[in-house]
Design a protein around this ligand. Structure first.
Ligand code: 2OP
Length: 316
């Protein structure tokens, strides 16, 4: 057992699924659950603990009803905030969720000074920016889960297009977690072959479109919320890389420091994850077309950040 503690703020579908998967797979020693609804965090702690009882896991799951008990976390996953409903974009959640993220960062900072923060709340890139701007955590310790989810969706739609054969699909999606995300066709492969060696350009365009709309498709079907199994599971790989200091490469939202020509803006890029969080940003040699797409994605996030600066951080 690694004697690590993972805190989860927001124990809705994503938070509870994440806690359940971490706990029943013995990925950490302790899980602290905190939600604005104390009854939910208590119920989920009990329910998941009773599931753990049936496994060989020793993970302890505790509901924290105050800020003092939510302490000494090695990793904190923030899912707090409202989820979008049909016909809403992730951007529509901006001001409401920014205020929630700021409040959460203020609550956790004092008792979790060494934590690595993984943001899931939307609009993702702007929420990572908000968490950074409203706390003293270093940029390498505040990251967002999105690219791993979007890459998983791209992989699914490639497999669907091929009829779900037994092949090894690798995908990469950079840029913001929204309609302007940039699925990297040239950095995606099927059994080591480039997509365009196996799929027609029409199929590739269709896969890109489905990837961009993957979240919205589930929101439309659910009507009352957004996806949670794939977001939760996409976070697990990031957590394991950090806990085990593997330096594995994941597409995550992080503050850029000159990569692709951009600074002081959050976007999804390939990063190596380890015990320090973002150990290194991996800048890919993307095509001019992909650079243009990435720029559009950066512009979209910048527009949201400008609204945050004006309406929340009052910097104008
Ligand atoms: C998604 O894409 C919730 O943003 C998340 O499903």
């Amino acid at each position: 057992m690694n004697n690590k503690t993972i805190g989860i703020i927001g124990v809705g579908n994503v938070g509870a699924t994440l806690a359940f998967t971490l706990a029943t797979n013995n990925i950490c020693s302790n899980i602290l659950l905190k939600d604005i609804r104390n009854n939910i965090s208590q119920a989920m702690a009990l329910d998941i603990s009773q599931a753990v009882q049936g496994t060989s896991s020793n993970t302890k799951v505790t509901a924290c009803l105050n800020n003092e008990d939510f302490k000494e976390c090695d990793i904190i996953v923030i899912t707090a905030g409202i989820a979008r409903k049909p016909n809403m974009s992730r951007d529509d959640l901006l001001l409401t969720n920014a205020k929630i993220v700021i409040s959460v960062m203020n609550e956790i900072s004092k008792n979790n000074p060494n934590a690595i923060i993984i943001i899931i709340s939307n609009p993702l890139d702007a929420m990572v920016y908000t968490a950074l701007k409203s706390s003293n955590y270093p940029a390498n310790k505040v990251l967002g889960m999105a690219g791993t989810l979007d890459s998983a969706r791209m992989s699914y739609f490639i497999a669907e297009k091929l009829g779900f054969p037994n092949v090894n699909i690798k995908t990469s999606v950079i840029g913001g977690h929204g309609d302007s995300m940039v699925p990297l066709v040239d950095f995606s492969t099927i059994d080591g072959k480039k997509l365009n060696e196996i799929l027609s350009s029409e199929d590739i365009v269709d896969i890109i479109d489905k990837t961009k709309n993957g979240g919205g498709q589930i929101v439309k079907l659910l009507e009352t919320g957004s996806a949670y199994y794939a977001p939760a599971y996409s976070t697990i790989g990031m957590i394991e890389a950090i806990l085990n200091d593997t330096k594995e490469c994941f597409a995550c939202a992080t503050l850029l420091n000159g990569e692709y020509g951009h600074k002081n803006i959050v976007s999804g890029v390939d990063v190596l994850l380890g015990k320090n969080g973002v150990e290194k940003i991996v800048e890919l040699d993307i095509s001019n077309f992909e650079k243009e797409q990435f720029q559009k994605s950066i512009n979209n996030v910048q527009e949201l950040v400008d609204v945050l600066e004006e309406k929340i951080f009052n910097k104008k």
